[in-house]
Design a protein around this ligand. Structure first.
Ligand SMILES: [Zn+2]
Length: 306
């Protein structure tokens, strides 16, 4: 019997961050779209659990976790471009639980979608950008600690470099980090991923997909047992924080390259949403929805293992 597609979501992701370029509403809007069009049913949406402090400490330093716990402003938290409130810290910690849950599901069923996460600017010891907790790194560390996998890869296709993730896994041969991003954009300076591709401004679909095809070969060569896909919607040509020129169709083709590539090789894959700041929020929702649909199509077609 085909298994229901695994989608992870929490309404707590729509936390109050004040007037902000980050549209937290997108999480609920993507979920609504998927339910309305019949891609998923509401009862099959999984709720993440809050990770323990011990789990968060697999990636983050005690001092930083204490700052988050105490909502303490200081050098480890003030680089964040978000307010520091209990509600927001809870939402970010919960998102780490969400990516971890999606990773467990993907290891069982092949693919899972987290309608959240991808907070790749969070470092082990400090916040950055719109990121407090690095959900990608935590999911990998949990899966490794439980002996579910040895090697993993992060395919980060957000328009901004995944500097926190790159730094966390720097020198760790068990995790291959790829980031394709716009070179002349945040963050400055950049961290070092195992493979960084810094694109020129204005790169369009054909050029992007050509680069992607070539560099994905390096990901497959690393023989990951799990791929975490940061499917940022911000390489879109009408993004307020991006300077690339991909179309909605180009981004869908990008997603297929990654997710089909994983499926063809039998590598479990997890989608996380990452950034997306299109002038029209509907565009961001459309891009994320298409990404989710591709992954859902994959997991729905997979037979359950007894
Ligand atoms: Zn971004």
């Amino acid at each position: 019997m085909p298994t229901p597609p695994v989608v992870v979501h929490s309404r707590h992701y729509e936390c109050d961050i004040g007037p902000h370029v980050f549209p937290v509403l997108k999480y609920g809007l993507v979920l609504r779209r998927l339910i309305d069009e019949g891609a998923i049913v509401a009862s099959n949406v999984l709720e993440p659990e809050m990770p323990s402090q011990e789990t968060l400490a697999l990636v983050h330093t005690p001092g930083y976790l204490e700052d988050l716990e105490q909502l303490r402003h200081g050098p480890r938290t003030w680089v964040s471009e978000l307010p520091l409130t209990r509600e927001i810290v809870t939402a970010y910690a919960l998102a780490a639980g969400g990516t971890t849950l999606a990773a467990r599901s993907a290891l069982e069923l092949g693919t899972a979608v987290h309608l959240g996460g991808g907070f790749h600017h969070a470092f082990a010891d400090h916040a950055e950008g719109f990121c407090y907790v690095n959900d990608l790194a935590i999911a990998i560390r949990v899966a490794q600690r439980e002996g579910l996998i040895r090697r993993a890869a992060v395919v980060d296709l957000d328009v901004h470099q995944g500097n926190g993730t790159a730094d966390i896994f720097q020198g760790d041969e068990s995790v291959f980090t790829l980031s394709i991003h716009q070179e002349a954009n945040y963050p400055v300076p950049k961290a070092r991923s195992d493979l960084d591709v810094g694109l020129d401004d204005g790169v369009s679909d054909a050029e992007y997909l050509d680069v992607l095809d070539r560099v994905l070969e390096r990901v497959w060569a690393a023989r990951p047992e799990l791929v975490l896909y940061q499917a940022g919607a911000d390489p879109y040509r009408d993004d307020q924080l991006g300077g690339l020129s991909l179309t909605v169709d180009g981004l869908e083709a990008r997603d297929r390259r990654v997710l089909d590539g994983c499926a063809q090789r039998g590598i479990p894959s997890v989608v996380t949403l990452g950034g997306g700041y299109a002038r029209r929020v509907e565009d961001t929702v459309e891009i994320h929805t298409r990404t989710a649909r591709i992954a859902i199509g994959r997991s729905a077609g997979k037979e359950a293992r007894a």
